[in-house]
Design a binder for this molecule. Structure first.
Ligand code: ADP
Length: 614
C-alpha cells in the first residue's frame, strides 16, 4: 500500500515538472519571437544615437505590432561585430565597412541602404574629403602630403579615414610610410576640422558633407580651406576627394527569419520622407540595398575586416608568406651558381695546366732520353779512354820496371867496383844514379798501384785489427826517417785500450805509412807529429795525424786527393803525387773516410774514419 502511494506521488511530481518546463519553453519562445533586437553603430555617442534612431524603432514597433523592437546602441565597431557574431542582434544599422566585416565573418546580408538627408536631399553614397587650410601653400595634391601631419577621427572610421587611406594608396602614396604623423582625434568628426583650423595638423580627413554642414551652421568658412584631390560626381554636390561608396546599411543577421525580415524591409521601404523617424534620424528614408562590392574591394586592398590574409593573386600570397625563404633560396642559388662557376673555371684552368704539364713532360722525357743517350755515349767514351789510360799506365809501368831494375842492378855492381878500386872521383855520380833510379822505381810502383786500384784489380779482406798496435808498427817502420829530421812522434792513445777496427790490414798499413811519411816529409827539422785515436758517432773510430809542418793552401785542399797533384814548394822532397789519391781510394773501398784540415805555416791534420768492431 505504502509503495503504491509513493509511486503516485512521484508520478504527480514528474507531470508537474514537465508542465513547468513546457510552459517556460513556450514563454521563452514567445518572448524571443516577440523581441527584435536592433544593434546600431553609435559613432556619435550613445545619447545622440539613441535620439537619432529612437523614432525609427518606434516606427517599426508601430508598423509591426506583433513584435517588440529593442534598440541596442554600441559605440565600438569591434564590440558591435563581436555581438553580431554571437547572435546578439536580429538586425544591425551600421556603416558599410562594418557591414562587410559582418558579411564576411557572420554571414550578414544588407537589406537596405540609407538614403541620407543632406541639404534637404537624399543621398545614398558618400566618401571622404581631404583638406588643408587655404593659407598652406605647400599642399595641393596627395603627393604633397609627404612629411605632413594628417588628422582623422579614428582608424576604423569608414568615411572618416579608410576611404581616404585607399584613395591615397591608389595615388601611389602609402600614408603610414610617407606622412610625418597620422593623428586619430577620437570623438566626433567636427574635432578633426577644428584641429586643422588651429594648425595642429596640416591635413584633415572627414566624411563628405561634414565641411558643408559645419559651414551652414556657421562653425567654419569654407573659403578658409582647400580640398585636396578634389573630384566631381554627377548629382553629388558635396566636396569629395575620393570615390563614393554606398551609405550605411540595414543589415539582417544570418539567423533572422525571412518573415520578420520581409516585414521590416517593407516597413522601412515605405517610410515617408516626412515621417518623424526620418526627420529625427536626419534621413529621407531607406532604399533597396546598394552594391557593397566596392567596399569589399577597399577592404581587400587595405587588408582589413576579415581580409587581413587576402592576396590579389597566388604570387602575392606566395611572396608575402615565403619572402624570407625565397630570399634565402635566392642567396643559396646565387652562392651555388658562383661556386659552380668557380669550380668550372678552376677545372678548366686545371685541364689546360695539365695539358701544358703533359706537353712539358713529353718534351722533358724526350730531352732526358736524348741526354741519357749522350751521357751513355760519353760514359762509354770515358770508360774506353779510362781503360786505355789504365792499360797504358800498367803496361808502361811494367815495361819500365824491368829496365829500371836492370839499371839499379848494374849501378850497384858499379858502386861495388868503384869502392874496391877506390875511384873516389866517380863515387858520387854512381850514388846519384842509384838514388835517382830508386826514386824512379818508386814512382813506377806507385803508378802501378794506383792503376790497379782504379781498375778494381785488387782484393780487400776486412778483418778486425787493433788500431793502436797497427799505428805503433807503422811508427816503428818510419822511425829512422823521423829521427833523420829530428821529428818527435807523440802518441795520444793507450795501447791497452784495444780499439778494434774492421779493415784490410795491408791497405790500412799503406795508408798510415803514406800519411805519416807526408807528415815527416812536409815538416821542418825538429817538428812534431801527434797521433790520436778516438771513438766517434755511429760506431766509428777516428785516427788523426797532426803535424806542425808547412800546411796546405785552402784553395789546394780540394785537389790534393787527385792523382799527380803536388802542392809543395819544396823541390827537393821526393814524391809522385799519387800517395793521397791511393789512400783515399783504399779508405773508401773499406767503407771509411779520409778528411783534411790545414793552415799554411801552422800544420795539417789528416783524419781516417773506420768502422769499429763490436
Ligand atoms: P807526394 O808524393 O807528393 O807526397 P801525395 O799524394 O802524398 O804525394 O801528396 C800530395 C801533395 O799534398 C803533396 O805533394 C803535398 O804538396 C801535399 N801534402 C800531403 N801531405 C802533406 C802534409 N802533411 N803537409 C803538407 N803538405 C802535404
Amino acid at each position: 500500500m505504502l509503495g503504491s502511494s509513493n509511486q503516485e506521488i512521484s508520478a504527480t511530481a514528474l507531470i508537474g515538472r514537465l508542465t513547468l518546463t513546457l510552459f517556460i519553453f513556450i514563454i521563452s519562445t514567445f518572448v524571443r519571437a516577440d523581441t527584435i533586437k536592433i544593434g546600431v553603430r553609435a559613432h556619435i555617442g550613445i545619447e545622440k544615437s539613441t535620439l537619432q534612431w529612437k523614432k525609427t524603432i518606434e516606427y517599426l514597433s508601430k508598423k509591426i505590432p506583433e513584435h517588440k523592437f529593442e534598440f541596442i546602441p554600441v559605440v565600438s565597431l569591434k564590440k558591435l561585430l563581436e555581438q553580431a557574431v554571437n547572435n546578439k542582434f536580429d538586425f544591425v544599422i551600421t556603416n558599410p565597412s562594418s557591414f562587410v566585416e559582418m558579411e564576411v565573418s557572420a554571414g550578414a546580408t544588407a537589406l537596405l541602404t540609407l538614403r541620407n538627408k543632406r541639404q534637404g536631399n537624399p543621398y545614398n553614397k558618400f566618401g571622404a574629403v581631404i583638406f588643408t587650410r587655404k593659407e598652406n601653400t605647400s599642399i595641393y595634391s596627395i603627393h604633397d602630403l609627404e612629411d605632413k601631419t594628417i588628422v582623422a577621427v579614428s582608424e576604423p572610421a569608414f568615411g572618416g579615414w579608410r576611404v581616404a587611406q585607399r584613395e591615397m594608396l591608389l595615388e601611389g602614396f602609402p600614408p603610414y610610410q610617407k606622412a610625418k604623423k597620422i593623428i586619430f582625434s577620437g570623438g566626433i568628426q567636427q574635432n578633426v576640422v577644428e584641429i586643422v583650423q588651429l594648425g595642429n595638423a596640416e591635413v584633415g580627413v572627414v566624411r563628405t558633407d561634414m565641411l558643408e554642414r559645419m559651414a551652414s551652421s556657421g562653425d567654419i568658412d569654407l573659403n578658409d580651406f582647400r580640398i585636396i584631390n578634389e573630384k566631381k560626381t554627377e548629382n553629388f554636390p558635396f566636396y569629395h576627394s575620393t570615390k563614393l561608396y554606398p551609405e550605411w546599411a540595414f543589415v539582417k543577421m544570418q539567423n533572422t527569419s525571412s518573415e520578420i525580415s520581409k516585414k521590416v524591409t517593407l516597413a522601412l521601404l515605405t517610410m515617408p520622407a516626412n515621417a518623424p523617424a526620418a526627420i529625427v534620424g536626419k534621413y529621407v528614408g531607406w532604399g533597396v540595398s546598394e552594391d557593397y562590392q566596392p567596399v569589399h574591394n577597399l577592404m581587400k586592398e587595405l587588408k582589413i575586416g576579415g581580409y587581413q590574409n587576402y592576396y590579389k593573386n597566388p604570387f602575392e600570397y606566395f611572396f608575402s608568406k615565403y619572402l624570407i625563404q625565397i630570399i634565402v633560396t635566392i642567396i643559396i642559388l646565387v652562392c651555388l651558381f658562383f661556386s659552380v662557376l668557380y669550380v668550372l673555371t678552376t677545372n678548366r684552368r686545371l685541364v689546360s695546366a695539365r695539358k701544358l704539364q703533359n706537353k712539358l713532360m713529353g718534351e722533358l722525357e724526350e730531352r732526358v732520353i736524348e741526354r741519357t743517350d749522350e751521357l751513355l755515349k760519353a760514359k762509354e767514351v770515358a770508360e774506353k779512354s779510362n781503360n786505355a789510360k789504365t792499360e797504358f799506365l800498367s803496361r808502361m809501368s811494367h815495361e819500365l820496371r824491368t829496365p829500371m831494375n836492370a839499371v839499379l842492378g848494374f849501378a850497384q855492381l858499379l858502386q861495388q867496383d868503384v869502392e874496391q878500386r877506390q875511384l873516389t872521383e866517380v863515387k858520387e855520380n854512381v850514388e846519384e844514379i842509384l838514388i835517382s833510379g830508386r826514386h824512379m822505381l818508386d814512382l813506377v810502383n806507385d803508378i802501378l798501384d794506383f792503376s790497379r786500384i782504379e781498375d778494381g784489380k785488387f782484393s780487400l779482406e776486412l778483418t778486425p785489427v787493433l788500431a793502436e798496435k797497427l799505428i805503433n808498427k807503422v811508427i816503428h817502420l818510419l822511425k829512422s826517417q823521423a829521427e833523420e829530421k829530428e821529428i818527435t812522434i807523440h802518441c795520444e792513445f793507450d795501447e791497452k785500450d784495444e780499439i778494434e777496427i774492421l779493415v784490410d790490414l795491408r791497405s790500412t798499413k799503406q795508408v798510415l805509412i803514406n800519411l805519416m811519411l807526408n807528415a815527416i816529409k812536409y815538416n821542418h827539422i825538429g817538428g812534431n807529429i801527434i797521433i790520436e785515436i778516438s771513438e766517434v758517432k755511429n760506431s766509428y773510430c777516428k785516427i788523426s795525424i797532426t803535424d806542425n809542418g808547412d800546411g796546405i793552401e785552402e784553395s789546394a785542399l780540394a785537389e790534393i786527393f787527385d792523382p799527380f797533384e803536388r802542392m809543395t814548394k819544396r823541390t827537393t822532397v821526393e814524391g809522385s803525387g799519387v800517395g793521397l789519391a791511393i789512400s783515399k781510394s783504399l779508405v773508401e773501398a773499406m767503407g771509411g773516410e779520409i778528411q783534411v784540415e790545414s793552415i799554411v805555416g801552422t800544420g795539417s791534420t789528416f783524419s781516417l774514419l773506420f768502422k769499429l768492431v763490436h
